[in-house]
Ligand binder design. Sequence first.
Ligand code: DX5
Ligand code: ZN
Length: 221
Amino acid sequence: NSEFLIAPSILSADFARLGEDVATVLAAGADVVHFDVMDNHYVPNLTFGPMICEALRNYGITAPIDVHLMIKPVDSLIPEFAKAGADIITFHPEASEHIDRSLALIKEQGCEAGLVLNPATPLHYLDYVMDKVDQILLMSVNPGFGGQSFIPQTLDKLRQVRERIEASGRKIRLEVDGGIKVDNIAEVAEAGADMFVAGSAIFNQPDYRTVIDAMRSELAK
Ligand code: DX5
Ligand code: ZN
């Protein structure tokens, strides 16, 4: 599968020199910028909003930006992120009052839309939206922090979602987020993921290219 996407989570980047750090990770071979938005309400941590996304665009970052909204309510910030340069916007269904409306709002704003399921969130949230999502993100940790360990039950969940995607006949990306490392990325791909978020595994190493190359060679196995 040559369509594997590696999406560094900038939650683990150096915020004091964010533009430079994001440019460095992209030059090292990353495909997509994963942008974790936390509100200290839906999740117990606080990160960054649309202004920082726009600042990355103004700095010259042209790669796709994958905005992972860990916020409640969801809808008010969707147009803001679209204006700020987001390409993909995903949200947690239990944080939205109207899932269908939130998905439609993302599409109306010209972005790709997706749902994010936490480790214990049931798959039935996907039942009536498979024709509306461009991406499904399975959390392999509980959202809120980088550097946590991959929850192994995610592998079975990935297989089930992969089956649903195949049954839908649509081209829906299956993204996984949390605890992805060089030593588990191959089995995560084998379970059906094709887009891999990695924060600490990449940014906590001095040479991003070495990590990304190692991930790609694991994916090529
Ligand atoms: C967690 C975030 C993740 C996080 C992943 O709530 O959604 O994107 O940054 O970090 P690692 O790769 O360190 O688990
Ligand atoms: Zn994330």
